[in-house]
Design a protein around this ligand. Structure first.
Ligand code: GAR
Length: 205
């Protein structure tokens, strides 16, 4: 059997999706891939603490310190190469990557988005804003999507989706939590395993 696929997780915040991946690796649910690197676009993100506890090397690369999007992406690409990363998982990563970046890893970047794409997605729809928009529209069902990342924000091929009920009286925070618990934390590790297993099977490494 070949080695597990080396996975980098890109984060910006609390890192509950990173935690779901860490737990999935510990339980064996994620076994075709190995969490090998965490990159945070924000200093002090709690996700960094989660990485440290799990013994995963982490680095901080901020857009502000880099001065430009180009340098920001170059720094990230450099780290990905240094660690021999084969699969990138965006888990609450709050920066849109350029077409040059996504073209460097075709079908090798996953993202979790907290709605049923194509609803409430694309530029400007991230984090709590997605749930605010879903509640403002009045949808009765929302959910989460894991998809491949290409040059179109939230526009790549869908890998997994799961619906979640919206309830009367939901606040954006309450709905966000339900979508995470019922959908995101299950879908993201499952998709990471699926894609890692495919990469391993295809032997294209
Ligand atoms: C998650 O809900 C994730 O789906 C969302 O940000 C949150 C990050 O939480 N991502 C986006 O909105 C991307 N467009 P986490 O840091 O606890 O995983």
């Amino acid at each position: 059997m070949t080695d597990p696929v080396k996975i980098a997780v890109l984060v910006s915040g609390g890192g509950t999706n990173l935690q779901a991946l860490i737990d999935a690796e510990a339980s064996g649910a994620l076994h075709s891939g190995r969490l090998s690197l965490v990159i945070s676009s924000r200093e002090g993100a709690f996700a960094l603490e989660r990485a440290a506890r799990a013994g995963i090397p982490s680095h901080v690369v901020t857009r502000a310190a880099c001065g430009s999007q180009k340098t920001f992406e170059e720094q990230i690409l450099k780290l990905l190469r240094e660690y021999g990363i084969e699969l990138i998982v965006l888990a609450g990563f709050m920066s849109i990557l350029s077409a040059d970046f996504t073209a460097a890893y075709p079908n090798r970047i996953l993202n979790v988005h907290p709605s049923l794409i194509p609803s409430f997605c694309g530029k400007g729809f991230y984090g709590l804003r997605v749930h605010e928009a879903a509640l403002a529209y009045g949808v009765k069902v929302t959910g989460a999507t894991v998809h491949f990342v290409n040059e179109v924000p939230d526009g790549g091929k869908i890998i997994l989706q799961k619906a979640v009920e919206v309830r009367d009286g939901d606040t954006p925070e309450v709905l966000q939590r339900r979508v995470m618990e019922e959908a995101e934390w299950k879908l993201l590790p499952a998709a990471a395993e699926l894609v890692s297993a495919d990469i391993r099977r295809a032997g294209q490494r």
